[in-house]
Design a protein around this ligand. Structure first.
Ligand code: BES
Ligand code: MN
Ligand code: ZN
Length: 490
């Protein structure tokens, strides 16, 4: 989606569709005086709409300029949250697309307590993300995306440019996550990462199966063994500032059958989304480079296909993880923690990062506990957890912290190896998986996001215009907000 900004009087903006947001209490729209020729028509539409949340009503202005207007409801002014404007902007953009206009303009609402820059950014995100449609493999292509003009009296050009880059990062993450598993094996994912990195001048190194085997990545190699598509480790380095990098690690199982511990067939197709953690890392790196975040970031993506076959790893196997710990395999479907453990140990040893954040569609238990609107968060750093919670509020990418203390570490003790890849029965499955990850890290502050419920739209997902069907890109906006706040001079 193309976006620009205008600080002109709304009625002077050249556009095909001029859009306003109003609350239930609104008696008029900004920039349109009572004596204006359009005032009676707008007043009538306001009355019809009564500010109802995410509803829209069009006002025709035949032969005039603009030729059409749209009024959209924000609901009661007292209930407006950080997500209201994003949600309503998404609804507006879909309506603009249905009307077939080439350009639409959205006037920043004047809502007390909402910073104009934030509002302009939310409008940009809401529209860009709602207009996203994964049509790469369809003959009937998506309808054209209209161009957006954000209209605001204040200077919001920087905020809009940033929100545009963030949205492009989310859209990129979705594009890769939505790729079918036959078209995106680990080597294919690595090619996609390399292409993006070249374009954004990010350094990218890809370790081959031979290098992983040689390098002692026993978790990645074990899980990857059952597939004809060999594993990869993607390492991306963005240099935007001084000092140790922030490390981002993302699970990218390009397809998860469960392996020898085969999953039931129902909805197995959705396990193409088991690469979403890695895609989130790609989206963040892309946007960070685009806006020139003054930080160093390293992104590490272990990628495998988890398949059953004569070469597969088995329940009962003991594998040696990167860094030397041994792990007893009790279920080959608990593969994410094995490949992530290698990647976490590697990134800590190789880059001495200031902190590590990982993203993974790790446990079905997370969906049982939290559903599909909130990601599970586990961290050994109260500071990181508090800061990410603040970003969750700002971005409406919600997270809920689960505990992880020494008592839980007992759940992954093995009788025959250092640790095991299962917890204790059905108890706290999300925390048991996180305990396995924690055991791979020595002393770097770490925060884990289990995005099993939030990475793609599922029946229990709350529907929002800016989250169309398929992958959501969850975590890209959340962690870019966090990184923006820990970067110097911002
Ligand atoms: N990728 C799955 C988790 C998952 C399942 C995410 C459904 C989203 C929707 C993961 O690899 C897995 O299979 N986890 C197992 C762990 C269990 C064997 C301890 C699970 O959750 O059942
Ligand atoms: Mn699995
Ligand atoms: Zn998995």
């Amino acid at each position: 989606m193309n976006v620009d900004v205008s600080s002109a009087d709304p009625l002077a903006v050249e556009t095909d569709l001029l859009c306003w947001m109003v609350t239930e209490e609104s008696t008029g729209v900004s920039g349109l005086g009572e004596d204006h020729a359009l005032a009676p028509a707008v007043r009538q539409s306001l009355g019809d709409l009564r500010g109802r949340f995410a509803k829209t009503t069009a006002v025709a202005n035949p032969g005039g300029s603009p030729p059409r207007m749209l009024i959209a409801g924000l609901g009661p002014g007292s209930k407006i949250t950080a997500d209201t404007i994003r949600h309503v902007a998404g609804a507006i953009s879909k309506r603009a697309q249905e009307l077939g206009v080439a350009r639409f303009a959205v006037v920043c609402p004047d809502v007390s307590g909402v910073d104009p820059g934030d509002a302009a950014g939310q409008i940009t995100e809401g529209c860009s993300l709602a207009l996203y449609d994964f049509d790469a493999y369809r003959s009937k292509k998506a309808e054209a995306e209209p161009d957006l003009t954000v209209v605001c009296g204040a200077d919001v050009a920087g905020a809009v440019a940033r929100a545009g880059a963030v949205s492009d990062g989310v859209r990129f993450a979705r594009d890769v996550a939505n790729m079918p598993p036959n078209e995106c094996p680990p080597a294919g994912l690595a090619d996609v990462a390399r292409g993006m990195a070249d374009e954004k001048r990010i350094k990218c190194t890809v370790l081959s199966a031979a290098q992983l085997s040689e390098g002692g990545f026993g978790g990645i190699m074990a899980v990857g063994k059952g597939s004809d598509n060999p594993p990869r480790l993607i390492v991306m380095e963005y240099g935007g500032g001084e000092g140790p990098p922030v490390a981002l690690v993302g699970k990218a199982v390009t397809f998860d059958t469960g392996g020898i511990s085969l999953k039931p067939g129902e909805k197995m197709d959705e396990m193409k989304f088991d690469k979403c953690g890695g895609c989130t890392v790609l989206g963040i790196m892309r946007a960070a480079a685009e806006v020139g975040l003054p930080l160093n970031i390293v992104g590490v993506i272990p990628s495998v296909e988890n398949m059953p076959g004569g070469g597969s790893y088995r329940p009962g196997d003991i594998v040696r993880l990167y860094g030397g710990k041994t792990a007893e395999i009790l279920n080959t479907d608990a593969e994410g923690r094995l490949i992530l453990a290698d990647a976490l140990s590697y990134v800590e040893e190789r880059f001495s990062p200031r902190c590590i954040i990982d993203f993974a569609t790790l446990t079905g238990a997370c969906i049982v506990a939290l559903g599909c609107n909130v990601a599970g968060m586990v961290s050994d750093s109260d500071d990181m957890a508090a800061s990410v919670l603040l970003s969750a509020d700002r971005t409406a990418e919600r997270v809920w912290r689960l505990p992880l203390d020494e008592d839980y570490m007992d759940m992954i003790k093995s009788k025959v190896a250092d640790i095991k890849n299962l917890g204790t029965g059905r108890a706290a499955g999300t925390i048991a998986a996180a305990a396995f990850l924690k055991s791979a890290i020595k002393d770097t502050p770490w925060l884990h996001l289990d995005i099993a419920g939030t990475a793609w739209m599922q029946p229990a997902s709350k529907k929002r215009p800016y989250n169309p069907p398929g992958a959501t890109g969850f975590g890209v906006r959340l962690i870019l907000d966090y990184l923006g706040r820990i970067a110097p001079g911002r």
